[in-house]
Ligand binder design. Structure first.
Ligand SMILES: [Zn+2]
Length: 276
């Protein structure tokens, strides 16, 4: 691979490597299966001792744990297979291919992942390129997020975008605990910080907004929370129809708030945050 492969080169290379790794693994499994079958015949009195993997050196397949005698026969067979030239050759091949795959991921981090995109968008870009089966550990490494984070997302192949799974959305909405919510509302004078609509004004529903989104590791600390009416809350999220917030910095958010009729900034008042 060259120093800066194009995205399509990366995708082709990824397909080639993953296909090849699967093939060699399959070959190795078949070899283990055949070898253990031969031994199975030699130890006929013990019953079947066939298996297709000796990955875990001392782990005896569950179905073969009946007798001590059988277990020791299996250990011997495993040992013999591990020393088998062909087995070693295939194992080395797999290791080498995996090293190539590691290198490919380094390139993927450079070519596909962009600082201009948030974590969710970068994950979408990786899935669009390599498919959704790429291991979460790889995605987490490249995008620099928690390994469980990709598991909370779903990919829409038509739009090539990702969104939270429904149950995750629900949980995020409930994330600001009721008592905490009450304190934020009080701090912000029970009204939308931007337009000033208050809870008493007819249909207005007040929501607590995460300034830095939870998806970007935004905290539930008061500094990161602000009271918005449902109208302002949707306009902060729906500018691009993606649900993402339209601003990119904390300052950007408060600037937008100042443009509103109320323009309240709790950080600039003496209603300071010490009470939390
Ligand atoms: Zn409002």
């Amino acid at each position: 691979m060259t120093d800066s492969p194009s995205e399509s080169e990366l995708i082709r290379e990824y397909e080639r490597l993953t296909t090849r790794i699967a093939e060699v693994r399959q070959q190795r499994e078949e070899l283990v299966w055949e070898r253990s079958f031969e031994h199975s015949q030699a130890h006929e009195q013990l019953g079947s001792i066939r298996f297709d993997s000796v990955k875990h050196s001392d782990r005896i397949p569950f179905s073969h744990r009946q007798s001590k005698e059988k277990q020791s026969a299996i250990r011997e067979v495993m040992e013999e297979i591990r020393e088998n030239d062909e087995y070693q050759e295939l194992s080395e091949k797999i290791t080498a291919l995996q090293a190539e795959l590691d290198e490919l991921w380094d390139h993927a981090a450079e070519v596909i992942v962009s600082d201009d995109l948030n974590k969710k968008e970068n994950i979408g870009a990786l899935w669009a390129a390599f498919g959704e089966d790429v291991p979460n550990s790889r995605v987490a490494e490249v995008v620099d997020c928690h390994e469980q984070y990709p598991g909370r997302l779903v990919f829409n192949p038509e739009t090539e975008t990702v969104d939270y799974k429904d149950h995750v959305k629900q949980r995020k909405e409930n994330q600001v605990r009721t008592d905490h919510r009450q304190k934020i509302l009080e701090r912000d004078g029970n009204a939308c910080v931007r337009c000033g609509v208050s809870a008493g004004d007819g249909e207005a529903e007040l929501t607590i907004h995460h300034i830095v989104p939870v998806s970007d590791d935004g905290s539930a600390e008061p500094e990161n929370l602000a009271t918005l009416c449902s109208d302002c809350h949707s306009s902060v999220h729906d500018e691009y129809g993606s649900g993402e917030v339209f601003y990119s910095t904390n300052t950007g958010f408060w600037q937008w708030v100042r443009e509103g009729d109320r323009g309240f900034d709790p950080h600039h008042t003496q209603q300071n945050l010490d009470t939390f």
